[in-house]
Design a protein around this ligand. Structure first.
Ligand SMILES: Cc1ncc(COP(=O)(O)O)c(C=O)c1O
Length: 462
């Protein structure tokens, strides 16, 4: 490790002169030289005037980390870095999907403050889940050879998650650039064409990045096809509440599948709807069908049922404490715990306790629903104002109503890469290169400015 760090430092200070010259410099030049021993190899650095001359033996050549190349910058996090460095007064950060107030400040929900106070009163001390990654690990281990179908486009990290887990994926059509809407026929055709038993990744609500969701009738049709093909639905729910303002309404897609008795995976995040970005708290839910549980009613390899299964309250209530059945859902849970163990050993508990306090207390839960409505309402109002500004200012006859049809935090503007670059370089509006803007980062006061920027980029840059 030290070798790699020192090698990098040496390389960077040697940029104005060929490395070979530095390598020739005698390491015993004077009193200000520094020596670092790296096992048998060493590096010496000498400052002469403004020159940092480095004498190395074979440290660079022998580093076993040499083949690690520079990772590409993250497309979303990089936008925030560039935003921070800009000091223009009208600058707007529409790259990150994080809720901001009308003053464009982060918002700490009242229910979160109250839940934390309750925890303090009870002297519960502070002590993450990447839920989709868990599901990916489960698929890799227990469904070898299975493929995951993801929407085109989707949240950029989905591809990383499945690549890293070694789970093959391909895309189903989702976004239609002609209508800036849903390519429903393409979506259905691609889900139908996938081999039986494919995991179909669906955004439960407020699709990222397009802001385009299927209608309730379309969800029914999607469920029909998934059922016909014995596929396994895999919901990613990161914006529950942000689509309609109602936590219940936004759960309707998932509930529709569950009501049909289908087995499903649900990766849920509370980062956005409880504003717990730094806690990164979420959950992985695996819904196992009752018939599968029944099928598992067999002797559990003699009497050696793991104690933790016997201790499960629901299990004992249902089957008694003799532990003679093999409950599929508990088996899955035990394997999820096993997957977690080498990943992070035990999860930090603070975020989980906040969520548990909010959902477990009816007053706080109702207050969360109100705050959710407030946050979603603010986003809906800037969405409307942006649409009004675009329609009033643009005389070309272009129909901007797709902005109103999209929902949730995001709008897919349809701007191409060159146009998004114009948004940033000329207008100081920071957004991702796929044309997505996060309306959660927009204030009413800046809607007209944003409309000017979009109209200019759309009509004057090709
Ligand atoms: C579809 C989707 N899933 C998951 C996440 C993130 O979830 P987490 O809170 O686990 O980082 C995001 C956004 O950050 C997302 O857009």
């Amino acid at each position: 490790m030290a070798s790699a760090i020192l090698s990098l430092t040496s390389a960077s200070i040697a940029t104005s002169r060929p490395l070979i010259e530095n390598l020739k410099v005698n390491s015993k030049l004077g009193s200000s030289s520094q020596t670092t021993f790296l096992g048998k190899d060493y590096i010496k650095t000498k400052v002469i005037g403004s020159w940092h001359l480095t004498s190395m033996t074979v440290a660079v050549e022998v580093s076993r980390f040499n083949d690690i190349t520079m990772a590409p910058p993250d497309p979303i996090l990089g936008v925030s870095e560039a935003f921070k460095a800009d000091d223009h007064e009208m600058k707007l950060n529409l790259g990150v999907g994080a809720y901001r107030t009308e003053d464009l400040q982060p918002y700490v929900l009242n229910v979160v403050k109250k839940a934390e106070n309750l925890m303090l009163e009870r002297e519960i001390t502070k002590r993450n889940w990447v839920s989709a990654a868990f599901a990916a690990a489960l698929i890799e281990r227990y469904f070898p050879g299975s493929k995951v179908l993801i929407s085109s486009p989707t949240w950029g990290n989905h591809k990383n998650i499945f690549n890293d887990a070694g789970v093959p994926w391909s895309e189903y059509r989702y976004y239609d650039p002609k209508t800036v809407g849903l390519d429903f026929d393409g979506m259905i055709a691609d889900i139908k064409a996938a081999p039986e038993g494919t995991f179909v990744l669906l955004h439960g609500c407020a699709h990222n990045p397009t802001g385009i969701d299927p209608t309730p009738e379309q969800w029914e049709r999607i469920a029909d096809v998934i059922q016909e093909k014995s596929h396994i639905p895999f919901f990613d729910v990161a914006y529950q509440g942000f689509a309609s303002g109602s936590l219940d309404k936004d759960a309707s897609s998932v509930r529709l599948f569950a009501a049909r008795g289908m087995e499903l995976l649900i990766a849920q995040s509370y980062s956005k709807n409880l504003g717990l970005y730094a806690e990164r708290i979420g959950a992985i839910n695996v819904v196992c069908s009752t018939s599968e549980v029944a099928k598992g009613k067999e002797q559990y390899h003699g009497s050696s049922v793991p104690e933790e299964l016997c201790a499960e309250k629901e299990f004992v209530a249902k089957h008694g404490s003799t532990c003679l059945v093999k409950p599929v859902s508990l088996q899955v849970k035990s394997q999820l715990k096993r997957i977690a163990r080498p990943m992070y050993s035990n999860p930090p508990i603070h975020g989980a306790r906040i969520v548990a306090n909010v959902v477990g207390n009816s007053d706080l839960f109702n207050e969360w629903k109100e705050e959710m409505e407030l946050m979603a309402g603010r986003i809906m109002s800037v969405r409307k104002k942006l649409y009004d500004s675009l329609s009033a200012k643009d005389n070309s006859g272009k129909d901007w109503s797709f902005i109103l049809k999209q929902i949730g935090m995001f709008s897919f503007t349809g701007l191409n890469k060159a146009q998004t670059e114009n948004m940033t370089s000329k207008w100081h509006v920071y957004m991702t290169k796929d044309g997505r803007i996060s309306l959660a980062g927009l204030s009413s006061a800046k809607c007209e400015y944003l409309a000017d920027a979009i109209i200019d980029s759309f009509h004057n840059v090709s």
